[in-house]
Write a protein that binds this ligand. Sequence first.
Ligand SMILES: [Zn+2]
Length: 359
Amino acid sequence: MANLDKDDLSQMNRSYFQSLSQDKLVEVADNLHQLATELWEKQQQNSENSSQPPSKDNPYDSQTTTEQSEEIEESESSCGQTDSEKVEQSRVKEKKKKSKRKRGKQPGGKGFGRSQPLKAEVIIPHYPDLCAACNQDLRENNAQRYMGYYVLELEPQLFGFKIVTQLHHYYQTTCSCGHCTHAKPGTGLVSVVEGRSKDLQLTEYVLVGSFLATFIASLSVRYRMSRSKIREFLKDWTNTELSIGTIDRCIRETGIACVPVVEELVEQLQEADILHLDETHWYESGKLHWLWVAVSTKTAVFHIGSRRKEELSHLVTEAFLGWLISDGYAVYRSHPKRQRCLAHLIRKARRFADPAGSL
Ligand SMILES: [Zn+2]
């Protein structure tokens, strides 16, 4: 299927359409129809029928004012909390009020510059296969290079690994219909996080290749290394200099790339005979969220969200027919086969038996 973008569309006009044969015109019209359908469906999306956050909704469609939203959030988040949790939350809020400093590099701060120019060890060409307008095979046509960029990539060796510098060259080809098609770096999922200034999209047009990015994410998540320690490690052991911002982006990109894996794990959860569920409070940038976990004998999936019942659908769907074992939180009670968690019951029994806590 053609993937028409701004550049492709800018080449199309009335005289281009008039120059096409009947068959080519049908192909081009079909591609444009697919694009129009995709755009229309995207326009209809909002936070109620997709994974978009409420901030992406049209503000003029909203029935709730900001103050009302805050009140709702306030009352929901304080529901079920102990006094110590409330004190902790107000302490975090107070701290947030005092500091207006954003995380990461500050405006006007010293930037990161590469001390050594990159030198390509391998050149990887990318050619367009099909005409974006009429779908004709372009592999036999002459192509011209129009852009290139460097990628640092990790290459596994028989023992150990090395980091190589790749130079990716992208080519453009003109079809017999007159349309010029450009090969372009691939793109993937977009991560939309409320409050973040820029959405993060997976793309091949980056300095760090997917294998090296995964390695960096592994150093962070599996081996618990800080961003600055990872930077030091890569410089000392691989002679590769990366900024803290680039390392941070690699970790986040790998997280987005794992979304299909999480979906697969959630599907596995639904097949379990017994599922254990629990939730606890979780702060991110001083804001209170809830960390949910669903555990079967083979799979564990964590989910961060609000404490509302709807969050449960990210972990347990209608397909789950087994036993749900949880504490007494009301949102679990609608499941027909539910058992109270024994550890919670024992803790409760001890409290009744010995309210002073001497047991
Ligand atoms: Zn063409």
